[in-house]
Design a protein around this ligand. Structure first.
Ligand code: HEC
Length: 495
């Protein structure tokens, strides 16, 4: 009895210390040699708890199914797993204190480790106090009580946490996505490997064409004309006009075909604004596919017959294969770039991720909780300036000088800087950003003089100015001189 009590206190003490770790102040920049020395043992130690926990969970689940509970063996295993876990977490925490690792990933890893440690302590306590009684009761009533069912569930959660935490740890040392970087890609290369006759007219040939020429405006995030062009079914469903996008057997009646064959100058032509449309061969193929019934399963083997068809095939197939190859290469390049930027972001305390609505571009945002972001942080991004479409740094220490760096992000479209110390003169730099449409400056220090610089930005459509100190006269004056610009007295989005 006395032993049990000491054990209980010990568990509680360990749990208390663990629970405090994530709340200790941010790592200091100058860690002692001891911190470095002990902290680096984390990388070595971590293999012990992972191995022990996997063994333990495996054996325990096996024993649970077989209804055997050889307490002594398990108790030794449990204690070894707990002690090695606590040592690993301790060393990991010291490594974290060195400041070598920063950003959201390392915080999540810390939380994962602490959560795992806590759950192990609780489960251990449960395993050797409540569970034996519950099992006696089970044996008496010949059915399992909820107390004994909790145990395997908790074991599985421990297993899940081990996988989650070590995955994050792996991402920290080897870069995010380390585990999944070589996941075989089936979609793009599959079309390449198929014999020509088996290529699916829609999925392998037409859809990739739509992807490069149409999906920039007709995607999930931006669905112009309510017309989504990402799959056969969404295309079939048509758009806002209610006209049938595909009329099997009749290309001219099909809105999809009609829109791409209009003269360049026609307002309704797709893609609009004289953007590069489909090639002649692509149009011919689309036409043929619709005339033959616009079926999803139609293969190239059934392709355009006769001399004309053969001529198309001759021109089109090499071009198609070239495109496919380029697509695969482009995607690989982009994936590599995404990885690089993600790593850089983690180092700087930022989240840099692909912008889902703008292929090939990225968004820059704060981590949660936010790290300190200054003008210097922006400077570290310089080699990648032309890749950012969105920057959102609410509450950061960006100043008007920082806007000079931002003005070099030539593809920037949205800029969110609420709750910053911006006063406004730096806004003039942004006149060099042709794509910039939305700015959020709510709760900044913007006052009359600074706000007048908004007049330098004719390309911008929306500015959020809630909680700033702009007088009514200046507000009205800006609205008068720049009628296309909406000044909004709303807090506005932060991302
Ligand atoms: C630059 C943006 C942009 C691109 C690129 C673009 N579209 Fe559109 N599309 C629009 C807009 C805006 C509308 C809604 C206004 C309209 O109906 O003209 C629209 C509407 C349509 C509609 C009418 C939907 C309906 O029934 O209301 C069709 C069909 C269409 N697009 C096909 C295409 C095809 C095919 C391509 C690629 C070759 C394409 N679009 C590329 C902007 C674009």
């Amino acid at each position: 009895m006395k032993n049990k009590k000491t054990l209980g206190w010990l568990l509680l003490f360990a749990a208390g210390i663990l629970a405090i770790l994530p709340f200790l102040p941010a790592p200091s920049t100058q860690a002692s040699d001891w911190t470095y020395f002990l902290g680096r043992f984390h990388i070595l130690l971590l293999h012990f708890p992972i191995g022990l926990i996997l063994l333990l969970v495996g054996l325990e689940l096996w024993a649970f199914i077989k209804q055997q509970t050889r307490t002594k063996v398990f108790q030794i295993l449990w204690i070894a797993a707990i002690i090695s876990s606590l040592c690993t977490i301790g060393a990991g925490f010291l490594l974290y204190r060195t400041g070598d690792y920063q950003g959201s990933l390392v915080r999540q890893h810390l939380w994962g480790g602490v959560g795992l440690g806590l759950l192990m302590l609780v489960t251990y306590g449960w395993r050797f106090t409540v569970l034996p009684q519950a099992q006696n009761q089970d044996a008496a009533t010949k059915s399992s009580t909820w107390q004994s069912r909790i145990y395997p569930a908790s074991l599985l959660t421990i297993l899940g946490l081990v996988i989650y935490t070590s995955h994050l740890g792996g991402s920290l040392t080897h870069g995010p996505g380390f585990l999944t970087a070589y996941t075989p890609s089936l979609s793009t290369s599959a079309a390449q490997q198929k014999p020509t006759e088996e290529l699916l007219l829609f999925e392998d040939i037409l859809l990739p064409v739509f992807e490069s020429r149409c999906q920039s405006c007709h995607n999930k995030h931006k669905t112009k004309g309510d017309f989504l062009m990402t799959s056969f079914h969404t295309i079939q469903a048509g758009g806002k006009s209610g006209k049938a996008a595909l009329v099997p057997g009749n290309a001219v009646q099909s809105e999809l075909y009609h829109r791409i064959t209009l003269p360049l100058s026609d307002e309704e032509r797709m893609p609009p604004q004289q953007k590069k449309g489909l090639s002649e061969d692509e149009v011919a193929l689309l036409k043929w596919w619709i005339e033959e019934g616009a079926r999803e399963d139609m293969q190239w083997g059934a392709g355009p017959p006769g001399i004309e068809g053969q001529a198309i095939a001759k021109r089109f197939i090499p071009q198609f294969q070239q495109q496919q190859k380029k697509r695969v290469q482009d995607e690989k390049k982009l994936a590599k770039l995404a990885k690089q930027l993600d790593q850089l972001g983690t180092k700087l305390g930022l989240v840099i991720a692909p912008d889902p609505s703008r292929k090939g571009l990225f968004s820059v945002a704060q981590t949660i909780p936010p790290a300190t972001v200054t003008d210097e942080t922006l400077l570290s991004l310089q080699p990648y300036y032309d890749l950012f479409s969105k920057v959102s740094l609410p509450g950061s220490e960006i100043t008007d000088d920082g806007l000079f760096y931002i003005s070099q992000m030539t593809d920037l479209q949205e800029l969110y800087l609420p709750k910053t110390c911006l006063k406004g003169p730096g806004l003039a730099h942004l006149s060099e950003l042709p794509q910039l449409r939305t700015i959020n400056l709510s709760y900044s220090l913007l006052a009359d003089e600074g706000a007048l610089h908004l007049l330098d930005l004719p390309q911008v459509e929306k500015v959020y100015l809630y909680g700033t100190h702009i007088s009514e006269e200046v507000w009205k004056a800006i609205e008068k001189f720049q009628p296309d610009l909406s000044l909004l007295a709303e807090e506005g989005p932060y991302f």
